[in-house]
Design a protein around this ligand. Structure first.
Ligand SMILES: [Fe+2]
Ligand SMILES: [Fe+2]
Length: 304
């Protein structure tokens, strides 16, 4: 029997103003995340190298990316008068800082498995955050952040519906579910700041182009680099993904995140609140807690 993953919808049934009015936004609460990844195996996603390295590829981008997002939004903190939005910005900063630290802790486990990641990180961080940050003006950096937050919100909603993620090692499930929950909680912050600072559609689209180019190129490069270290060629990886989809049909992540995400974001009247999914944050936090308990039990069993 095969099952089909239901991709999260990106509806536009409400105007941006009506969606914001309807949204029941949860408080943006920074919580401590997992910091211990010693027991995580090399291929932590069901023992499969290809899904593991696709996930590891984006994981490598998170810490520096999230610090860039925080810098881009905090740049405008003094220009925001709305006390609620100011509070939300601080919650967003607190959450992203913790995400970056937890994902960096996982880097140590990757190094422990013998992966060379530091050369990649050096090039990625120089290209993205030294060169680009110097060249792109603050409004464009903010627009790129708002677009990137749109992508992370789509991935976060996908995590709530992703049954195979249950096959991942519990420590990684805890990391990914916890991160996804908080991404949903703060999904509107950067977009709302952008709307207040500069609501130009052209700027929003330029930010989307910059963010998409960076994320797609770096995610692919990181994934291929890690697969190469596993001795897996791109065509072998593609063949293995095709075989997996025959067993369990699902929409490829690049299509779901990027093609559908771009289409939604290009609507002139787009707002993150049009996707009514804040409630998924609670589901994801419950999954993260269950994974935390499982990971702790596994650690106790190993050390007993
Ligand atoms: Fe994050
Ligand atoms: Fe975020």
């Amino acid at each position: 029997m095969t099952t089909t993953t239901t991709a999260p919808s990106l509806p536009a049934d409400l105007t941006a103003a009506a969606a914001v009015e309807r949204a029941e936004r949860p408080p943006i609460t920074p919580r401590p995340g997992p910091r211990e990844f010693d027991g995580v195996p090399k291929h932590w996603f069901a023992g499969l190298p290809v899904p593991t390295q696709i996930s590891n590829g984006v994981n490598l981008l998170f810490p520096a990316g999230e610090r860039f997002f925080v810098r881009s939004v905090y740049h405008y903190l003094d220009r925001i008068d709305d006390p609620k939005l100011k509070e939300a910005i601080k919650g967003f900063g607190g959450q992203e800082g913790r995400h970056a630290r937890s994902h960096e802790d996982f880097f140590a486990a990757m190094r422990g498995h013998g992966y060379e990641i530091d050369r990649f990180l050096k090039v990625y961080e120089w290209l993205s955050y030294t060169l680009l940050e110097r060249l792109a003006p603050p409004p464009l950096r903010l627009a790129a952040t708002a677009a990137a937050e749109h992508y992370t919100a789509i991935m976060a909603a996908g995590a709530a519906a992703d049954v195979p993620l249950e096959l991942a090692h519990p420590a990684m499930r805890q990391l990914l579910y916890w991160h996804a929950a908080e991404e949903l909680e703060h999904k509107s912050v950067a977009f709302d700041v952008l709307q207040q600072v500069n609501s130009s559609y052209a700027l929003r689209v330029a930010g989307l182009a910059m963010s998409t180019a960076m994320l797609v190129s770096m995610w692919w490069t990181a994934t291929l680099y890690l697969l190469w270290q596993d001795g897996i060629t791109p065509w072998k990886a593609a063949k293995s993904l095709r075989a997996m989809r025959e067993v369990r049909p699902s929409e490829p992540i690049f299509r779901r995140v990027f093609l559908r995400g771009i289409r939604a974001y290009l609507r002139r009247d787009f707002h993150p609140d049009q996707d009514d999914n804040y409630h998924l944050a609670k589901t994801l936090l419950a999954k993260a807690e269950a994974a935390r308990v499982e990971a702790a039990a596994a650690t106790t069993a190993v050390s007993a």
